[in-house]
Design a protein around this ligand. Sequence first.
Ligand SMILES: [Ca+2]
Ligand SMILES: [Ca+2]
Ligand SMILES: [Ca+2]
Length: 284
Amino acid sequence: MKRRTLALLLLAVALAGLIPESSAIPPLPSFRYYGLLTDEYGRPVTFDQDTEIALDIDTNECARFTVNEQLGDGINYILEVPVDYAKSMRYASYAARTGDTVAISVYRGGDFQPLMNTSSVPVVGAAGDAVRLNLGMGTDEDHDGMSDLWETQLIIWNSGGQYSDVSEVLPGDDFDGDGVPNIDEFNAGTAPELAGDVFQVYKWMLTADNLLAVRFLTVQGTTYEIQSAPAQVQGQGMQWTSTPFRVVSAGGDSNRYVATTSGFKYFYIEPREDMKLIRLEVVK
Ligand SMILES: [Ca+2]
Ligand SMILES: [Ca+2]
Ligand SMILES: [Ca+2]
């Protein structure tokens, strides 16, 4: 018995030497910020744009992530913020507490980039929880959700003198007359001056294999989903559900697709009896 006690004591001493004191309080699960970072043109930022997102509390950096569109599901970043529950000293300088105010910064190629609308960044939540936070790069002088760069390019290159200031480019206007308002073009990453560049189904047809083929224009880095609904039931509205599709006619089914390029693409859907309506959605 004595020998066992001594062995345990020796083990405890040995472990105490191995484990740094700062780990005496085991960290709680992280709190996560995740979402979609879009560039000044409203397009999802891709890995090849060499962009990092950092999260700071006071002067301490608590999390950093290299943006990657291949995370799928309409997200391209995740910030894992370690959460500490200790009332006194934090177990590490990068540990956050629930309720802490955070600052989020974006760097492209190492250079700081401004973000639109950072006033709505939520505080750190409970350990294990997560919050979606979509972020847009750029400045937005007139606070209409469309970046100054995007609006200025429309003014200078395409408005033919019609506009001279960003305040004249209105979110609800449809400059190119393609049926999609300017703000929706910005959010979809399409060109507001080109009627041919618009988020819509351009064509659909039945293939020889009885698959429904849907053709549309992708924006690189964007996640797409097909949804279907049975016929509308009076008073209940439309019941849309995620529907499997293929990106090559002989491929396997999936429910989400991350566009690797901008260009025309076909999705192939196996029609079912209960699919009376089908729509294409951007996941964000
Ligand atoms: Ca603006
Ligand atoms: Ca338009
Ligand atoms: Ca357009």
